[in-house]
Design a protein. Sequence first.
Length: 497
Amino acid sequence: MFGTAARQMGYAWSMLAGRRFRVKDVAALVDDLRATLEEFGSPGEGAGEMLTAPDPEMQRDLAARRLRRTVRLTARDTPYYRRWFEQHGIDPASITLDSLASIEPTTKAALRDLPSTFVADRARPAVLAQTTGTTGVPTMVWFSRYEIDLMSGMSALALMLAGGLRPEHVWANCITSRSIAQILIERAVTMTGAAFFHLGVVDPRATLDRLAVPLHVPGKRPQVTHLNTTASYLAALVQEAERGGWHAKDFGLEEIHSGGEVLTDALKERAEAMFGAPVLDGYSMTEIAPVGGQVCGQGHLHLPTDQGHVEVLDPETFRPAAPGAHGVLVVTPYTMYRDTTLLLRYVTGDIVKVLPESETPACELAAVPATSRVLGRLSPSSLTTRDVLDLLQAEHEIPLPTRYALEETRSGPVLHAVTGKVSRALVSRLEERAAELKLPLRGIELVDDPADLPALCRVRADLREHTFEQVTATASARVDKPALRAAAEAVAEIGVR
Ligand SMILES: [Zn+2]
C-alpha cells in the first residue's frame, strides 16, 4: 500500500519539527501514491490525513515553533533583515507570536528595489522568477532546486489526494511563462502521471481551438480536462466562446482553476455554463509560495497555517484588522519551505475582509482559518475591485474582460467602464444596482473605447503572447475546417486511440 513507514515517518518528522524536508522522501511519496492509485484506485486508509491539520493546540504549537525558527534564520542569513534587526536593536531570538508585530512589515517596494538583499547567504539560487503584477515593474524572486522540488512534490500530492488528478487527465496552463507557477505546476502535474500542455496566453480563439481539438494519444482523455488560468483570461475565453457560438459539448473540461485575480460569482457562473465544468477559485503569489488558499463552497478564502504565518492587518496602520473590516494579507512563509528569497511579514497588497464574529464557517474547510474571498485593491473611497466587478460583470452587455477606472472627485468616485455600445438604459440599470449595493459612487460613465478611460486598466489577460497561426473565428468554422477534419479522420483510420 501507499508509502513505506520509513518514508512517511521522515515526512511526518519534517512536518512536525519545522526542519527541511528530504526532497527524495517527498518524491518517493508521490511515486508511492501514484502507484497505489493506479493499482487500487484509491489512496488507501490514512493517506488523507497527510494533508489534514493536527488538532488545534498542536497546530498552534507547531506554528509558534516554525515562526520562531523562520525569524531567527531570516534575521541571521539575509542582508536586508540582518541590517534591520541590528538597526532596531531587536534580538531575533526574542521574537514570538506575541511580539511578531515589533517586526516592521516588508513592502513590495522594498523587495522590488533590492531583491538580492532578501536572498539568504547560503542559498543556492537556481531559478529567477518574475511577478506579473499589473501595477508596474516586476519583482524578482529567486528559487532554489530544493524549493522547486519540494513545492512541486507537495503540489503533486495535493493534486492527487484532494484534487483527484489521475494519469488519464490532460492539464493545460494559460498563464504567463514568466511565473514560477508555470514550472511548479508543470512538474507537479507530470509527477502525478497526468499530461501537461502549456497553452500560454495566446489569442483566445486559438485557445478555444486547442481545448476542443481531439488529442489522440495513448492513455489520455481525448481532450484537455483541466484548465488553469487567471480570471481575466478566463473572462476573455468566455467572451470569445459566446461570440463564436461554442457549447459545453465542444469541450472535455472537467475542472477549471482560476487564480491571480478577483473571480466574481457572475463570471464563475458564466464560465461554468459555457465550459460545462466547475470553476475553482484559488489564491497564490510568487513571493509567498507555497502559502496559498482555496475558496470553499460558501465563499470563504481558507488559508492553511502549516506553510506560513498569515496575518490580516489594517492597510494603513498595520494593526490587526477588526472583525468585519477590510485588511491586507501579510504573510511570512516558513523557512522549512523557503531557503532562498526569505521574507518576514510580507505585505501582499491583497485586500480581504476579516469574517465577522457572528460568521463561523460550517463549510467543508471549516478547520482551516478563513477570511472573505480576495477583494482586490481598495480605493481611497473604500471601494474594492470586487465591488466594481460584481456590479459590472452582472451585465452581459459589458464586454469581458471588464475594463474600468475609478476617478476620485471631491464629491465621491466616478466609475468609468468600457462597454460595447453605450446606452442610457444600461447606465440606469448600473446606477440602480450600485444604489442597491450601497456603493459610494457619485456617478457612472460608459465609454466604448478603453483609451477613453481616465486611467489605464491592466488585466493579466493583457500579458498576451503572439503566435503565427491563423485562428478560426467560430466553433462552426472549427468543425468545418477541412484540414482539421481530415487530420482527425486520418488519425481515426490509423487506429490511434
Ligand atoms: Zn468556508
